[in-house]
Design a protein around this ligand. Structure first.
Ligand SMILES: Cc1cc2nc3c(=O)[nH]c(=O)nc-3n(C[C@H](O)[C@H](O)[C@H](O)COP(=O)(O)OP(=O)(O)OC[C@H]3O[C@@H](n4cnc5c(N)ncnc54)[C@H](O)[C@@H]3O)c2cc1C
Length: 383
């Protein structure tokens, strides 16, 4: 057997452990969670936290495993194979979206009281940035945190927040000054058991149905000043850096899902007989599958290049934006193309391909839409 160029035996052990966990503890319940519009995250994260899955690359001092980015990649590649994007999304919020900023910029109190319980699966987190009038343009957000003594008084609302109905704390971006410019924002840890917090409603969505998405409201919430992440006025920059972890996770999510869709579809095409022969025998279909397999492989190798950059401590913002853009487009192309080959069956909700198709749309919109990625790339390329 040829030696794997990227992954050691230890990486493969983690890969198998995550795959086994998904097989036993997640996939059997997917249909139920999709139906209920919610994954029971406290229960699931507790089990994942006990196995060390939620903090692979985080500091051992705060409950992490202290491993390198390749382990994180192995984990994300396996999570992408969960048969519902919604469950994968909920997990990635906990590992790649709501916790990186606490680890990178948080004080000891926040690391001990929020990061550590999140990595151990004892607390569920959410990332709260988007508002009804501030999505792609993050700087348009209005939620305000006003300093009063040793507290901040938080007022405003957020929308489309993943894990929003279950979260024990939010990593939240708020204005702390009315001044124009990017130094008027700060990141906070907002515990959801403080008076003044309310969940508006769980939103009904096209895809990612097993992930709860909610509107959240903050009415004169008294947030201790020690819940400020880093320095006041640095939140916008910190969140842009946190977005890098979120956007990176979209790459393995997309190519892992695309691979799962291809595998499932090829199985179907081998047994579906049309015009007297299995559909897989149609050259045009085989050629399209070959095209998509090539594009998936190219995206995977680009992702490995990004991991090498991250491991070497290099800034991969441009490459991550390029990768997210291509990943989002590729997974939708594969989902759409494969659904076509299922004919009418593909449109039936009971079919996995129908769920894959619905779930794949989010990557082009969430965490920075395709157009936002293009703006970043054009800026970094100095066009
Ligand atoms: C299922 C789901 C889960 C989500 N989870 C979270 C979460 O956990 N936390 C959170 O904070 N947010 C979350 N979001 C919000 C998500 O990040 C935003 O929807 C996204 O950033 C886009 O913002 P918007 O919806 O306000 O679209 P808008 O900003 O109104 O943009 C609409 C469209 O305009 C186009 N566009 C935008 N800017 C440009 C431009 N410069 N040039 C050309 N075209 C442009 C894009 O096509 C874009 O899709 C989630 C959204 C969904 C649907």
């Amino acid at each position: 057997m040829t030696k794997d160029l990227y992954f050691s035996k230890d990486h493969q052990l983690v890969r198998r452990a995550v795959a086994d966990f998904i097989k036993k503890e997640i996939n059997p319940y997917i249909d139920q969670w999709e139906e209920e519009g919610l994954t029971p995250l406290h229960d699931l994260f507790k089990k994942m936290g006990e196995l060390g899955f939620l903090g692979l690359r985080y500091d051992t001092k705060y409950g992490g495993e202290g491993l390198d980015y390749w382990y994180e990649l192995v984990f994300l590649e396996e999570i992408a194979k969960i048969r519902a994007g919604g469950v994968a999304l909920a997990i990635m919020v906990q590992t790649n979206m709501a916790t990186p900023a606490i680890s990178d910029f948080g004080n000891e109190y926040l690391k001990k009281n929020y990061l550590e319980p999140a990595l151990k699966g004892q607390m569920v987190s959410a990332i709260a940035v988007t508002e009804s009038d501030a999505g792609s343009d993050v700087s348009a957000l209005k939620t305000f945190a006003k300093k009063e003594g040793d507290h901040y008084i938080l007022n405003g609302s957020k929308t489309f927040i993943t894990n929003g109905t279950q979260a024990d704390f939010l990593t939240l971006l708020a204005r702390t000054s009315e001044d124009p410019g990017y130094h008027s924002f700060s990141l906070f840890i907002v515990p959801t058991d403080i008076k003044g917090f309310s969940v508006g409603k769980k939103l009904d969505k096209l895809g990612m149905r097993s992930s709860d998405t909610a509107e959240l409201f903050f009415d004169n919430m008294k947030i201790p000043a020690q819940n400020l992440i880093g320095q006041e006025g640095e939140g916008f920059i910190q969140q842009m850096m946190q977005f890098q972890h979120e956007r990176f996770s979209a790459l393995p999510l997309a190519y892992g899902t695309a691979e799962a869709i291809m595998k499932e579809t090829i199985g179907y095409l081998k047994q579906r007989v049309v015009f007297g022969k299995p559909l897989i025998k149609q050259q045009v279909i085989r050629h399209n599958l070959a095209q998509w397999a090539s594009e998936i492989q190219a995206l995977k190798q680009f992702t490995y290049h990004i991991v090498r950059m991250k491991t070497a401590g290099q800034d991969a913002s441009k490459e991550v934006s390029m990768g997210k853009l291509l990943a989002a487009q590729l997974v939708q192309k594969v989902a759409d193309g494969c659904l076509q080959y299922y004919g009418g069956s593909g449109l039936m909700n009971e079919m996995a391909i129908s769920r894959f198709f619905r779930d794949s749309k989010l990557i082009s919109v969430g965490g920075g839409a395709d157009e936002v990625m293009k703006e970043i790339i054009a800026k970094l390329e100095r066009y």
